[in-house]
Design a protein around this ligand. Structure first.
Ligand code: FES
Ligand code: FES
Length: 228
């Protein structure tokens, strides 16, 4: 892995993969398209302004217990309450998957969840990873990117980078799943397609995202059954 501080990267490149620069996401969120209609009332039967409890672990840090509005979506909780602005609000309607975070389950499995259409209360008692949780800080304070983040940079996978936090999380879940349930080399392309299929990118042809993920999978021990 490469030390970010010494890598010849534009600030916007590192931001897209780590979510580390907060004003970028603030500006982006402000310019994101608004939902076509007002968010539906929470499925729990509560009025949006009624409160529900949330205790959630995000990137290894516990937050709560606290009460939040029943209609508060997780992406707003992340941005406004926790100050984690790396998750991107794209469509706001559950379509583009730019906003996904990772939920880690007790059995060791993980999944992505769309934070634009999922209330903060849904995450009560859950363990979550956001794009800010992937890079590892060293004792000198410098960040070392996760392999998939570095691969996206190495392959020039993105242009504007708005979709990249979602791709980082989806690819991470895919690779973690392949470690638990390896596939044959011949089935890898289909596995990558299935793992990234929900992620929408408005700038690229996806090819470099796919190449980066394939590169990491092939370098990660245990993902391919018949690896030589
Ligand atoms: S912002 Fe598009 S699915 Fe959440
Ligand atoms: S790089 Fe711009 S939306 Fe994907």
């Amino acid at each position: 892995m490469t030390d970010v501080s010494s890598a010849p990267l534009a600030a916007s490149d590192a931001t897209a993969t780590t979510g580390a620069v907060q004003d970028v996401s603030g500006a982006s969120a402000a310019s994101a398209p608004a939902p076509a209609s007002a968010p539906a009332a929470p499925a729990n039967g509560k009025k949006p302004w009624e409160t529900l409890p949330v205790t959630v672990k995000v990137n290894g840090i516990s937050h709560g217990p606290m009460d939040v509005p029943a209609g508060l979506m997780m992406i707003d909780f992340l941005h406004e309450t926790l100050g984690l602005t790396g998750s991107r609000l794209g469509c706001g309607q559950g379509i583009c998957h730019a906003c996904v975070v990772i939920v880690d389950h007790a059995d060791g499995s993980s999944e992505t969840v769309r934070t634009c259409i999922t209330g903060a209360n849904y995450f009560d008692g859950k363990t979550v990873r956001t794009v800010e949780g992937h890079a590892v800080p060293g004792t000198d304070g410098k960040l070392t990117l996760a392999p998939i983040q570095q691969a996206f940079l190495d392959h020039f996978s993105f242009q504007c980078g708005y979709c990249t936090p979602g791709f980082v999380n989806a690819a991470t879940v895919l690779i973690e799943g392949l470690k638990r349930n390896p596939v044959a080399r011949a089935d890898l392309e289909a596995a990558i397609t299935a793992g990234l299929n929900d992620q929408i990118c408005r700038c690229t042809g996806y090819v470099r995202y796919y190449e980066a993920v394939r590169d990491v999978v092939l370098r990660t021990p245990g993902c391919i059954k018949d690896a030589k």
